[in-house]
Design a protein around this ligand. Structure first.
Ligand SMILES: Cc1ncc(CN)c(N)n1
Length: 218
């Protein structure tokens, strides 16, 4: 079994809940209330801030230039077309990206694990969070790809950004990096990757739970 399949199997229930979620089902059906999509995008824009820094750290820790290049190209996509999508969608939904929204507790926890992974100096820890973030989005978005063109752009482009050949190759690359480093890790470091992978998957599920509920005060 590939190491990344092993990691996913350890948190199968959270993975299933995160990738077959009512939030994304409603998004793909076009029935998600616009205020829920706006609130989600404002929280996710906070997530992207930490994600960009984490991806930059992974680029810095990749063992060779060929290992780093696909991540560097993906960073260009996030900071280019995806960033522009956030700007356009938040504005079209009647909101504003600046000043940033206050972070919901789930968003804050995500920011913490991304910062911890980025600052750990451990490539496999960075990859564990990156693989969950991109693979889980590919998994939920792919079954809805054929509906994207018929939806308002704030729903449709969010599906398109996370499906198709280009995004599949991003996920294949990230999984390939983690699969490649796994056999060289000590048992202790493998357990640490398992913990981070499961934590990140739990947070992906909780992020959609909170967005579906409209970020109620706790
Ligand atoms: C919380 C979360 N996880 C993953 C992704 C995919 N880039 C995202 N935009 N937001």
């Amino acid at each position: 079994m590939r190491p990344t399949d092993h990691l996913q199997s350890l948190c199968a229930e959270d993975w299933q809940a995160a990738t077959r979620h009512a939030f994304t089902d409603q998004l793909a059906a076009g029935s998600l209330p616009e205020d829920r999509m706006l609130a989600y995008l404002r929280q996710d824009y906070l997530f992207i801030d930490g994600f960009v820094r984490l991806l930059a750290s992974a680029i810095a820790h990749a063992p060779t230039l060929p290992d780093a290049i696909p991540a560097a190209q993906f960073l260009g996509l996030i900071s280019g077309p995806e960033n522009t999508y956030f700007m356009r969608a938040i504005e079209a939904l009647g909101g504003q990206a600046e000043p940033p929204a206050p972070a919901h507790p789930v968003t804050a926890e995500f920011q913490t694990i991304m910062r911890d992974a980025a600052q750990s100096g451990r490539y496999e820890q960075m990859l564990a969070v990156l693989v969950v973030a991109e693979w889980s989005y590919l998994d939920w978005a792919t079954p809805h790809a054929d509906k994207a063109d018929d939806l308002p752009f704030w729903f449709g482009e969010w599906i398109t950004l996370h499906s198709g050949d280009g995004f599949e190759s991003v996920v294949a690359y990230l999984r390939g990096q983690l699969d490649a480093v796994w056999p060289g890790l000590s048992p202790e470091d493998q357990r640490a990757v398992e913990a981070t992978f499961s934590h990140a998957t739990r947070l992906e599920r909780a992020f959609f739970d909170a967005a579906l509920a409209g970020y109620p005060e706790r």
